[in-house]
Design a protein around this ligand. Sequence first.
Ligand code: ARG
Length: 327
Amino acid sequence: MPAEALVARSNPNPKLPTSSSSVSNLPALRRQAPHAQPSPRPALLMCAPKVYEVSYVINPWMEGNLGHSSRQRALRQWRNLYQALSSVAQICLVEPRAGLPDMVFTANAGLARDGVVALSSFAYRERQGEEPLFRRWFEEAGYMVIDMPRETPFEGEGDALFSADGMRLWAGYGFRTALSSHAALQRIWHVEVVGLHLVDPRFYHLDTCFAPLEDGSLLYVPAAFDHASLRKIEAFYPAEKRIAVSEQDGLAFACNAVNLGRRIVLNRISAELEEELRQRGFEVTQIELDEFLKAGGAAKCLVLKLTPSLHCGSNADDPMRAELLEV
Ligand code: ARG
């Protein structure tokens, strides 16, 4: 893949490197030692399900659910998630667009870190129309936007998750993101990128079956990975740090969890798993998100981690927010 294909096309934020650099000559980004200074309030990107529905099938969860989602119910569930997360994070909103029902799953917008975003290049045409809308949002918020090439699909944080210390990027492939996109991620952030091969179509994005938690442990569905990937996971996370979830919890999207500090926000899980997480010191908030399971997503798919120091772009005080939060 030619490095020139990955071009940063925008840089409205003067603190960041100049706009026309390709990914091969990006200046090294300053990386702060973890815990070197009090961490700012985390920031997340969300998109209200105002146009949400299941109107096509691009994963096994959507099969049989065409036209079977309730927008009212989805809005109520999303609002509960929004409220739970706003107690621990700043929430930024991107405006949805009619005809793009999956835009609500902002985890797939891209992968953001240190003011740079690797903008997704969706595998399916059905979602490619989201790309320019997310691009505009990131540009307005001051990110350096790097396009991932169409030939090497990449579906953002849905398929790429940093380890708790931020030194390693776990990157899924097999269903959506192409293995060949991983090299570009390494060039952008100069981190070690480790590929994980997804083999069960129900767990088609890495964040459906793999969640590195901030205390250095891991929530995961072992059966979603091939043997070589399991060996990599086991080599990095010692046994006491690995929390293998049951099939039942896996299928309830237990690994699709948003973890900020000690707080974990996720869909409904078993009493056993909840107890295990509490024993490990987490505060668990369960939110019914079954309307989103119909499209193959839950809590973590509905948010994207942002760079906290960047503001929310032009929509920080959007009246949409007040309207959305009215019951
Ligand atoms: N229907 C969406 C799709 O198939 C769901 C995306 C879920 N997102 C995620 N990060 N796992 O693309």
